[in-house]
Write a protein that binds this ligand. Sequence first.
Ligand SMILES: O=C(O)CCC(=O)C(=O)O
Ligand SMILES: [Fe+2]
Length: 269
Amino acid sequence: MIKDFNDNGYIIIPGFFDIETQVKPIQRGIQRIIAMVADKYGVDAPCDTVELAMTKGIMAIAQSDRSRAAEVYDAVKQIPEFMQLVSQPKNADIFRELRPQSDPGLAAGGYGIRMDFPSEDKFRAFWHQEFPAQLRSPDGIVFWTPLMPVTSDMGPVELCPGSHKDGIVPVVKDDGGAGKTGAYALRLHEEEKRLAKYESVAPLTQPGDLILMDFLTLHQSGANRSDQPRWSMQFRWFNFNHPVGRQIGWKGAFAEGVDFATVLPELLA
Ligand SMILES: O=C(O)CCC(=O)C(=O)O
Ligand SMILES: [Fe+2]
């Protein structure tokens, strides 16, 4: 797996997290928050089971008023069991295995729970590398794991195997005509030309499965064309013991209100 990670810039570890003790408590927390938000706004949202709340329930809230779904989005990342999964010692262990001699750090503000709604493009992440969007250190690793089974019509995350080997790619700012802001408004410099060099994969994953991605691997959000949100958790670990990390004082980017271009202007094409 270490070799695969180094060759391809990503690996998938099936069943890395325990469903009963790690995933279900988060799902139940999400169910409770969805029920509370529905109740607050008087939305008739089915929430009797985790499954209902995370499909029809959240859809009913979003359809009543999209900003109410944003309230759920901001709340769910504060579920204690989510923070426990993000910071569990096993994550540091695997980081150290993939980055020998590293001193692992956990990126502040670099963790969250995505709800990718059907046919919504504003929050879709176009092809990108994690480093400009998150900074901290270039040898960071994205941890990505679904909260509901991901099917192909839900637009699984897409990656370009091997693309990390070409190093840091400069970016340009572009809101995609969709009012995108922050990290969502970055595009790769000469995107088409760069992407043409690679194959892409769109792995299907189940709760418990973990995708680990190098901070330099090109990836993007797929397009959700199903009738329910794609739910996933992501968080980032990085290496304190990296010269560029030390140079920039392990600064973060958008997640802490910092424009990466003020930290590393050379990242802007
Ligand atoms: O899940 C997605 O759509 C995008 C995820 C992503 O870019 C990340 O986790 O870094
Ligand atoms: Fe990303």
